[in-house]
Design a binder for this molecule. Structure first.
Ligand SMILES: NC(=O)C1=CN([C@@H]2O[C@H](COP(=O)(O)OP(=O)(O)OC[C@H]3O[C@@H](n4cnc5c(N)ncnc54)[C@H](O)[C@@H]3O)[C@@H](O)[C@H]2O)C=CC1
Ligand SMILES: O=C(O)[C@@H]1CCC=N1
Length: 271
């Protein structure tokens, strides 16, 4: 993959996390990446994070990269794509990470020329623990799917799914890191409430979430089985679990995924 030329339209949070992850995983050298963004701050952050070339003009990205990540907010995609409509060639593969935006909509805005893949990554790609899904759009080939899977797998997990499921992925794993950060923050608050120093409480909370996640992934056991092993009859855990049930934790988390999924669908319909 030494000759891979990756481009990013938009050099914000997610583009930077992906580019930094790809470089750290040695999938592509810094000089194989170019990103465009109108914001000087975003350009500076991107360059500092992964050492890649940054420019203001989106057209330069198309001139210098064959795999182009569409990494702007979905609301900004039409304004980004309109001036580039005639600049795409059949050699381009667009990898869109924009929430909600369908490949059919991108195809219309790119004169049905480039190959299209839709991806929903998440920011833990920065530390090699991304949970991503992707779907093939118009003209995408098996080789394109293999390339995108290889890129995503280098920074975490990648699942190929039908595009109809990508909004649900956005609601679960795309948005999910923010939900889990709130859980970690709240667990840490609970520890501080009970007298632990903040730094220790946050470290214990984060490591507990990491350890529990690893148990689910490594053992393949149902989360409820693993939960039962922690809860001794008449013990501490079941007392805490009762408080979680009273607070509606599980219903609240399900509603969070549902709300984020619906918002992803709405964003797609309005662009
Ligand atoms: N932040 C996250 O955790 C995730 C974000 N995404 C998707 O990634 C995309 C980017 O999101 P973030 O990185 O969070 O947003 P962001 O706001 O950090 O980055 C978007 C960048 O696009 C730039 N931009 C605006 N107009 C532009 C134009 N005309 N040409 C080129 N660049 C332009 C902005 O200056 C900004 O730096 C969104 O579509 C979002 O749905 C997907 C998965 C996770
Ligand atoms: O909040 C958002 O819209 C983006 C998409 C998934 C995560 N962040």
């Amino acid at each position: 993959m030494a000759e891979l030329k990756l481009g990013f339209l938009g050099a914000g949070q997610m583009a930077t996390a992906l580019a930094e992850g790809f470089v750290a995983a040695k999938l592509v050298p810094s000089k194989g990446i170019i990103a465009a963004d109108p914001s000087p701050e975003a350009r500076a952050n991107f360059a500092a994070a992964c050492g890649a070339r940054v420019v203001e003009d989106n057209a330069e990205v198309l001139e210098n990269a064959s795999v182009v990540f569409l990494a702007v907010k979905p609301q900004h995609a039409p304004a980004v794509l309109a001036p580039l409509k005639s600049a795409w060639s059949e050699d381009h593969l667009i990898v869109s990470i924009a929430a909600g935006l369908t490949t059919a909509s991108i195809a219309k805005q790119t004169a049905d020329t480039p190959r299209l893949i839709r991806v929903m990554p998440n920011t833990p790609c920065l530390v090699g623990y991304s949970a991503s899904a992707f779907s093939l759009g118009p003209r995408a080939t098996t080789a394109d799917a293999e390339l995108v899977e290889r890129l995503l797998a280098a920074v975490g997990q990648a699942h190929q799914l039908d595009e109809s499921l990508l909004d649900a992925v956005t609601g679960l794993s795309g948005s999910g890191p923010a939900f889990v950060y709130q859980i970690i923050e709240a667990l840490s608050d609970g520890g501080v409430r009970m007298g632990l120093p903040r730094a220790v409480a946050t470290a214990l909370a984060a490591q507990t979430v990491r350890g529990a996640a690893e148990m689910v992934l490594v053992t393949g056991e149902h989360p409820a089985t693993l939960k039962d092993r922690v809860a001794s009859p008449g013990g501490t855990t079941i007392a805490g679990l009762q408080a979680l049930e009273q607070g509606g934790l599980r219903a609240t988390l399900m509603s969070a995924v549902e709300a984020a999924t619906r918002r992803s669908t709405e964003l797609g319909q309005s662009t």
